[in-house]
Design a protein around this ligand. Sequence first.
Ligand code: SF4
Length: 384
Amino acid sequence: MAEFDDILARAADGGRIEAEDALRLYTDAPFHALAEAANAARERVIGDDIVTYIIDRNINYTNVCTTACKFCAFYRAPKHDEGWTHDNAEVLRRCGEAVDLGATQVMLQGGHHPEFGVEYYEELFSAVKEQYPDLVIHSIGPSEIDHMSRVSGVEVDEAIKRIKAAGLDSIAGAGAEMLPERPRKAIAPLKEPGGRWLEIMEAAHVQGLESTATMMMGTGETNAERIEHLRMIRDVQDRTGGFRSFIPWTYQPENNHLKGRTQATALEYLRLLAVARLFFHNVTHLQSSWLTVGKAAGQLSMHLGVDDLGSIMLEENVISSAGARNQSKLGELIDLIRSGDRVPAQRNTVYERMSVHWTPEDDPSDDRVRSHFSTIVADLQQKA
Ligand code: SF4
């Protein structure tokens, strides 16, 4: 225990720890000491016991994709008879439903459609902004930006400039998966290398488009590779400061080529969260994914450095297609936070607190606000 005291105390105080130290903490530090230090770091950075959530909707415009990631249950190859694309009118209809239910942001996500270049995204984003100017477009990721710039034959910098001008407010950090080369090639051989993913994030940050950073763990990567993923993100953050939060989740095993041969345990996930809070002295927010690890682990995560429980996401198809079945309602998520000894608050995309629910009397109640409804899974269940 004593051998970890110095590192834990330094990290809890906001000091910088090296990747080797983070790896030792991850594999060997006693759980309670790790949790205590991560919680102290959260308190220092956040300043109080408020844990936030957001109401948003993930809208998928197409499942057609040329990249064929082995962990993905969502995509269909071009010309596959289960491939689909929603036109802008349908995307706008879903945005409207989200706005009616109090959503403040949309995450427009989709496959790498062989015909979707920069022009497609310019039209999509400007159509959403024209109809719903207050709805924040926190969408796509470096993989889509890389893909669209190749389809249109333009530099990534130009693609970023144009989609930002069309209305993209910030970049969701999807597609990070595992950034180190070996595990990334093993699960997503056709995706851009991790270094390229970070390069594009950096280019976006330089142009004033901030983002979140993510990680999908549990596909056979080593502990050292998990920590290397954190190090790669932190190095970019040192230069740009453009990552608002770090959001790890666990690989879901159904309906994909990896077939669940490996998976991260809840304990591995919770330890990773704690180490992330201590290692990322330069990233303010840490979000846990109750969708993939379950509500109980999600509640515990608030004692391991987490200050955000993510979203009441009104629709989600990508992770749900791979087996994530956890759903919640607005009231249940708020209860989860309050009964976990934290104060719930609704936030917006830039983590401003829109409404703090100090007491149960302050809680909003709208049973229509349910999370993670998957239109795809619902269709399949209806057919079964
Ligand atoms: S994860 Fe994204 S890029 Fe990979 S196959 Fe699925 S939709 Fe395509």
